[in-house]
Design a protein around this ligand. Structure first.
Ligand code: NAG
Length: 501
């Protein structure tokens, strides 16, 4: 797959990673705090969390999911107690004072607060301070103790399994937002996932679809050592807790920005509304905009023996297929069906018009861009099978073996003996890994069949199982990060493949 040169490469910019490096002094401090302050704080934090539980439990008894009951005195009292307990809990966690700038608008004025950047579970602090509702996945209800506290603030639950879930969630947000201040305000983290706060990734539209005013809220952790970031690659939940509780003080700033009322155009176009709010918040934070979305996360973080090596081209494709509306409609069945048709073409190459027919899409600028990504030779024709492999890769980046199986089904020879030619496999791997000039002669050499130049799916899978570091040890391609080429041959001949080169 080619990379169009119009946009700067996004390789290596991974906001879902948090690399934490401790200096010697920090390590010594950490050691001291771990045996002194940490156990005391952990005990106190746990105590307050447990103390909050009966209050939250009692207050959520007999509540309906659809109506708001009148605020009786005892509900108000419980609410106050909970706020005090939660504040005490954060205090014991080292968040001694929290700077709050600006003012939160009344629920009748703005039903939705959009909060960014989302980087940690400590982002719950503004939620417990305001007792706003949040949008969260249904599973969080069953976390012991914390789940009860979450239920207390009447979250909008997202049902991940439900096909219709996105629409339902948005409808519920809309219903509450239009209640004219009867329901608590909803705090939404529109990024939809945690990043390392190096920029603001694209916003999900949910908070902006109702087309009602929103109040942007920005969060800052002006700490020297970033112990709070909890994202997809990096320290886990407990390590974050341990590191944070070991800091003498954890500074945090919450700033309520002025209420943003959408224009008529923005009301009609939630994506535009979302982007304008994002820009405004990035400016307040003095952070850049990162043109990555929640969906791109899986591509960047793909795992497994055939994980993506260079995700820039695939991210570009992902953006284009999203724009074409193909991303939402893609499923395993759709891919199988496309693969079936692509196989039938028997390597026949498609012009832009034919490609449009293949996908039942009109010829547009975006379609032409996708087409050109696969036009290796520049003759205006592409192999549809390559497109299907790439679509499958961006659709399920962590299920690379499924994509590989699909590729074998498309490329196997006429006799259906399951064998695929070396050159075809090289092209497939180039697409799946996002690399160039993949060289498989080493692999065929170790398989002991260098002259046939053919391989079956089972043989390859067997081989990959044998060499879990398949990409590192057994594959050559342009700009391979491997340092010592000579190590590879050794490894692939069966010696010492765990050696750390
Ligand atoms: C945070 O993400 C950026 C990319 O947006 C990356 O360059 C940086 O190394 C990351 N920071 C840490 C501490 O890992």
């Amino acid at each position: 797959m080619k990379l169009s040169n119009s946009r700067p490469s996004r390789v290596g910019r991974n906001p879902f990673v948090h690399r934490l490096r401790l200096t010697v002094t920090e390590t010594i401090k950490l050691g001291l705090m771990s045996v002194t302050v940490f156990p005391v704080r952990l005990l106190l934090v746990s105590f307050f969390m447990l103390l909050a539980w009966p209050f939250a439990f009692a207050a959520s008894l007999g509540r309906s999911e659809f109506v708001i009951e009148p605020q009786s005195w005892w509900r108000r009292l419980t609410d106050l107690c909970l706020r005090v307990i939660m504040r005490a809990m954060w205090f014991c966690g080292g968040f001694h004072w929290i700077k709050v700038k600006g003012e939160r608008a009344a629920p009748s004025e703005v039903p939705i607060l959009t909060v960014a950047p989302h980087s940690s579970y400590f982002d719950a602090i503004p939620v417990t301070m305001t007792m706003c509702s949040i949008v969260t996945k249904l599973e969080s209800r069953s976390i012991p103790v914390w789940g009860t506290l979450i239920s207390y603030i009447r979250p909008v639950f997202v049902f991940r399994v439900d096909q219709d879930s996105r629409r339902k969630t948005v409808e519920e947000i809309k219903r509450r937002a239009q209640s004219g201040g009867e329901w608590p305000q909803i705090m939404i983290f529109p990024e939809g996932t945690c990043t390392n706060r190096s920029g603001l990734i694209l916003y999900k539209a949910g908070a902006f679809i109702p087309g009602l005013p929103v109040q942007p809220v920005v969060l800052r952790y002006p700490n020297q050592l970033d112990t709070v970031t909890w994202t997809w690659q990096g320290p886990g939940a407990f390590k974050i807790l341990w590191l944070t509780l070991c800091q003498p003080h954890n500074p945090m700033e919450i700033e309520y920005l002025p209420v943003y009322t959408p224009s008529n155009e923005e009301k009609e176009n939630p994506a535009l509304f979302a982007n304008n709010v994002r820009r405004l918040m990035a400016k307040a934070l003095e952070l850049p905009l990162t043109e990555l979305s929640f969906d791109d996360r899986d591509i960047i973080l793909s795992k497994g023996p055939l994980c993506i090596q260079d995700y820039s081209g695939l991210l570009e494709l992902n953006q284009l297929v999203c724009r074409l509306g193909l991303r939402a409609g893609t499923s395993g069945t759709v891919l199988d069906e496309q693969a079936h048709r692509a196989r039938k073409l028997q390597g026949g190459r498609l012009t832009l018009e034919e490609f449009g027919q293949f996908l039942s899409l009109p010829v547009t600028e975006t379609l032409a861009q996708v087409h050109s990504l696969f036009d290796e030779s520049g003759d205006g024709q592409i192999d549809a099978r390559h497109f299907v492999v790439a679509l499958s890769t961006v659709h399920r980046p962590s299920e690379s073996m499924e994509t590989l199986r699909l590729a074998f089904r498309m490329f196997e020879s006429e006799e259906e003996d399951g064998e695929v030619l070396e050159d075809d496999l090289a092209a497939v791997l180039e697409i799946m890994l996002g690399v160039k000039e993949a060289e498989l002669s080493g692999l065929f050499l170790t398989l002991g069949r260098p002259d046939t130049g053919r391989i079956t799916y089972d043989e390859l899978v067997h081989y990959i199982e044998e060499y879990p570091h398949f990409i590192r040890d057994c594959l050559d391609y342009k700009d391979h990060p491997r340092k010592f080429c000579c190590v590879r041959r050794q490894c692939c001949n069966g010696h010492n493949h765990d050696k750390d080169d």
